[in-house]
Design a protein around this ligand. Structure first.
Ligand code: PGA
Length: 261
């Protein structure tokens, strides 16, 4: 069984180094003595703050929100996946809807980045999901099919199984509104169907699928755990280390109870 992956996306927060230091201190204190068996945390601070996270509590790994696919070169302002890997980063978020919306990322740039991230031994967390108007026009299935097919194009099964997909419908990001459990179950099985179609059953089973968009402790069960999602991608609520620990505890307890059956 894949562990439940809790991915914290800090976005462009916080603004001062002292807040970051305090975050880490609280996280270390709150996780002391905890031994999660079925839950793993991935913290994705801003690129500037990555160096602060060199020593993390057990069960936590370092992720980045962004990176550049070329290894080195004349790309002013960019940070490469190779640099990230060499700085202790293990996961990288690719194709977040904010990057698609504000920074011109497309299915094609997401494909190139995913391929490069895999080459530099990073685990890509590839965001997929429809916009409000695509949802309103009944295009969800088509959008998800195109996004998934494009990312997997040209990858071997061994590469593909390392990808983590994060389903994030645009209307749910930062709004406090989430899809219903029933709706998410439908999306989850659509994604599974597509993965089986492109990769075959054995590989498809190994691919993790996360849910993201207004996740909090109060809805973790209905949007992720009871849906069968392999984890969550959390923005706003991950800015509190207390909430991170609370949600990871909830996931751990849920998984333990499941296994006890
Ligand atoms: P949110 O963000 O949890 O603040 O809705 C999620 C995301 O953008 O990944």
């Amino acid at each position: 069984m894949n562990p439940f992956l809790f991915v914290a996306n800090f976005k462009m927060n916080p603004v001062s180094p002292s807040e970051i230091e305090q975050y880490i201190q609280v996280l270390k204190r709150e996780t002391e003595g905890k031994e999660w068996q079925h839950t793993k945390g991935v913290l994705c601070p801003s690129l500037l703050h990555i160096a602060y996270f060199h020593s993390l509590p057990e069960s936590f790994f370092l992720g980045a929100q962004h990176g550049f696919p070329e290894k080195t070169g004349a790309y002013t302002g960019e940070v490469s996946y190779a640099m990230l890997k060499n700085s202790g980063v293990e996961y990288v978020v690719i194709g977040h809807s904010e990057r698609r919306q504000y920074f011109g990322e497309t299915n094609e740039t997401v494909r190139i980045r995913t391929e490069s991230a895999l080459k530099f031994l990073l685990k890509p967390i590839v965001c997929i999901g429809e916009t409000e108007s695509e949802l309103a026009n009944g295009r969800r299935e088509q959008v998800l099919t195109e996004q998934i097919a494009s990312v997997l194009k040209g990858l071997s099964k061994m590469q593909a199984e390392k990808i983590i997909f994060a389903y994030e419908p645009r209307f749910a990001i930062g709004t406090g509104i989430t899809p219903t459990t029933e709706d998410l179950k439908e999306v989850y099985s659509l994604i599974q169907r597509l993965l089986v179609q492109y990769l075959g059953e054995t590989t498809a089973e190994r691919v993790c699928v996360l849910y993201g968009g207004s996740v909090k402790a109060g809805n973790l069960e209905e949007v992720a755990l009871s849906v069968g999602m392999n984890g969550v991608l959390v923005g706003k609520e991950s800015l509190s280390p207390y909430e991170v620990v609370k949600m990871m505890d909830l996931a751990e307890k849920y998984k333990e109870e499941k296994l006890a059956y």
